[in-house]
Design a protein around this ligand. Structure first.
Ligand code: G3I
Length: 304
């Protein structure tokens, strides 16, 4: 039978989902995960607070569970996220200066080394630019260690796992705007200076506050024209029925139109699994039944 993964694979794209380790004992959840997807992203299990709860002591068991299951299912893995201002363990969020900079490099190196050879793409740095019209960097403890923190993280990740694609990942970057242009300029700057970067992740959390922009495809294309892979990394679309289904189809059509769009990851399986469940933003309802949006994605890939 046709699945999200098989429909996407027929067009040389992957179709993935965020995965929560603590839900793997839910047979409905695990059944859909194993059947429908060809890529997985640990929703929280690879974040700094989860993997290094106290300085220089690492815990990988939850993420390892997700990675092992993916391997057994022939699914690839996106790593999320090596350096991020949010979800830092308390000990890191209270550091600054060179102590924080070396803690960040140590963290990136340790986690990327632990998963060496098992990661299709890492979100090396997540959400480093501010919202709004300035295109400025987000103020954070990491940014305050110096403007070069992003490239330092990318270089450390490349040194630890040369096989993994290294992505920059952000939200509110789905159209041509100040924030996405700041990301665009970062990519150009990295390429000009030989800083390793292979991909850009577009989270694509779509809602009434940030509807799918008409230049969504054009924005993806301008990054692809730089030579980086583009990945839709956290897709969820608030709404329901045909309006939601049509928006999902538009995202698929945009990814199909951009050859360097490697694939699409939805940020969860059932609406009840979503970080914003009340927006019913995903492809399966709370009972694990496929919604109109699911059918729309399948047909947008040209499958039935
Ligand atoms: O694990 C603890 C648990 O021990 C505790 O009992 C419980 C109640 O305090 O909290 C649990 O941690 C929660 C964690 O999800 C795991 O469920 C955190 O409070 C909660 O803040 C965290 O939310 C996650 C959020 O990122 C913040 O990291 C969401 O599940 C996750 O969907 C969301 O995903 C982010 C991406 O990583 C980056 N892009 C935006 C996206 C949506 O915010």
């Amino acid at each position: 039978a046709t699945t999200l993964g098989s429909a996407a694979a027929a067009k040389s794209k992957y179709f993935g989902t965020a995965v929560a380790a603590y839900k793997l004992s839910d047979t409905v959840y695990a059944g859909i995960l194993d059947r429908e997807f060809t890529m997985v992203t640990p929703e929280n299990e690879m974040k700094w607070d989860a993997t290094e709860p106290s300085q220089n002591s690492f815990s990988y068991s939850s993420a390892d569970t997700i990675v092992a299951r993916a391997k057994a299912n022939g699914q690839r893995v996106r790593g999320h996220a090596l350096a991020w201002h949010s979800q830092q363990p308390g000990w890191a969020s209270s550091l600054s200066g060179t102590a924080l900079r070396s803690a960040m490099v140590n963290h990136v190196t340790a986690v990327a080394t632990h998963y060496k050879g098992q990661i299709y793409a890492w979100d090396v740095v997540n959400e480093a630019f501010a919202d709004g019209s300035t295109g400025a960097r987000r103020d954070s403890n990491l940014q305050r260690t110096g403007n070069d923190w992003i490239e330092v993280a990318f270089k450390a990740a490349r040194a630890a796992d040369p096989a993994a694609k290294l992505c920059y990942n952000d939200y509110n970057t789905d159209g041509v705007n100040a924030k996405s242009t700041a990301v665009y300029n970062l990519v150009k700057d990295f390429q000009a200076r030989g800083v390793p970067i292979d991909c850009v992740g577009f989270q694509s959390h779509v809602n009434s506050a940030s509807p799918l922009p008409s230049d969504y495809q054009a924005n993806l294309q301008r990054f692809a024209d730089l030579g980086v892979e583009v990945q839709i990394t956290e897709l969820d679309i608030a709404g329901s029925g045909t309006a939601q289904a049509d928006s999902y189809a538009k995202v698929v059509q945009a990814c199909l139109a951009v050859s360097k769009c490697a694939g699409i990851t939805v940020w969860g399986i059932r609406d009840s699994d979503s970080w914003r469940a009340s927006d019913t933003p995903l492809l399966f309802d709370g009972n694990g039944n496929p919604k109109a949006a699911y059918t729309s994605v399948i047909s947008a890939f040209g499958a039935t």
